[in-house]
Design a protein around this ligand. Structure first.
Ligand code: 2NL
Length: 345
């Protein structure tokens, strides 16, 4: 009886082990057949109840069956482990001879390129770059620039106010006022201030509530309008071609006196008249002037000792003219199809 049971157990166990395709199934077979509560252990425990004749045969067979099952489990385990390792190696195979993934290098934004181009020129002319806060005090944004409290440019309608006397700067001029103040009445001050500025505008093809400005300032003994004219001529030729001419027209800014508007001869038609210059032969580029004595005085410079010129331009306008861009919003919506056209521009 017991012998038959053992032979049957052996049969069951071996077929169980053979069909196991996971280590877990082998473990289960081990517990089930050879565990402390398993059938073979039970038989071996019950040996004492057997007759002397039966005992050696059953004992021998039980031990043989146990050893056979244990050996088969061990064998199958080695086998399974090898197969699992093969699968893992296969799935993690790495072909080091494949070509690498292509990464597309980035490029400066067109406006950054324009600003750098202007900066490079003016650094070459002895100017240095100054930066300042975009969240600015009313004093530096307006007061110090000869824009008194009742000036229309200070209208809530045109500026983003944070508090009654703090706002998003509406131009980069406050950086220049701060720099003048820092120099404590001693020149020269020769700077370029590029940066973001903010105005309350409804965005359209020609308006953006945030845009860029580049301003320049040169304050020293005996700086004259002819110095401004010379510097602007160099600038016009550098940015728009060596055969550009400039002209200055009278204008008005609260912080300069006299004030001028600078035009360049049309880079498209050379001055004969075309659709770029709207038939006039001239294109308006920037505003400028001699620093107002009030501005010098408020920043600690003596206007009887020092004079200076200043100018301000919009990099967007320069880029739009140069590349025929028809909508200012292209600069700020980051459509890759737009940006890609100026790759390394
Ligand atoms: C324009 C005109 C201008 C200035 C900016 C300036 C700054 C100081 C003193 C005097 Cl601290 N002037 N800046 C002067 C004239 C014109 O910008 O149309 N910009 C786009």
């Amino acid at each position: 009886m017991l012998k038959e049971k053992l032979l049957e157990l052996r049969q069951q166990a071996l077929s169980n082990i053979d069909s196991a395709d996971e280590l877990k199934a082998l473990q289960e077979a081990h517990v089930r057949f050879l565990g402390k509560k398993g059938p073979i252990t039970e038989i071996l425990k019950g040996m004492g109840k057997l007759s002397k004749e039966e005992r050696p045969d059953v004992g021998k067979l039980a031990n043989e069956v146990r050893q056979l099952i244990a050996a088969r489990i061990e064998e199958k385990k080695t086998d399974l482990e090898a197969r699992l390792l093969d699968l893992k190696l296969e799935s993690e195979k790495l072909d080091v001879t494949l070509p690498g993934r292509k990464t597309v290098p980035g490029s400066h934004h067109l406006l950054a390129s324009i600003i750098r181009e202007v900066e490079d020129l003016f650094i070459g002319l002895g100017f240095s770059i100054e930066e300042g806060p975009e969240v600015e005090q009313d004093y530096y944004n307006f007061e110090a620039l000869n824009l008194p409290k009742d000036h229309p440019a200070r209208d809530m309608q045109d500026s983003f106010y944070i508090t009654d006397d703090i706002l998003m700067r509406t131009h980069t001029s406050p950086v220049q006022a701060r720099t003048l103040e820092k120099h404590k009445g001693v020149g020269p001050v020769k700077i370029i201030c590029p940066g973001k500025v903010y105005r309350r505008d409804n965005d359209d093809a020609t308006h953006s509530h945030q845009f860029m400005q580049i301003e320049g300032l040169y304050v020293d003994h005996k700086v004259r309008l002819s110095d401004l004219k010379g510097i602007l001529t160099v600038f016009a030729k550098h940015m728009f071609g060596a055969d550009r001419e400039i002209r200055l027209r009278p204008s008005f800014f609260p912080f300069t006196e006299p004030s001028v508007e600078m035009d360049i001869s049309c880079f498209r038609c050379g001055g004969h008249g075309c659709n770029v210059c709207k038939g006039t032969g001239w294109i308006e580029i920037l505003g400028a002037g001699m620093v107002h004595p009030n501005v010098l005085r408020m920043s600690g410079f003596d206007p009887s000792e020092y004079t200076g010129f200043a100018f301000g331009m919009g990099p967007e306008r320069i880029a739009m003219l140069k590349y025929g861009i028809e909508d200012i919003r292209h600069f700020y919506t980051d459509d890759i199809r737009f940006l890609k056209q100026f790759y390394r521009a």
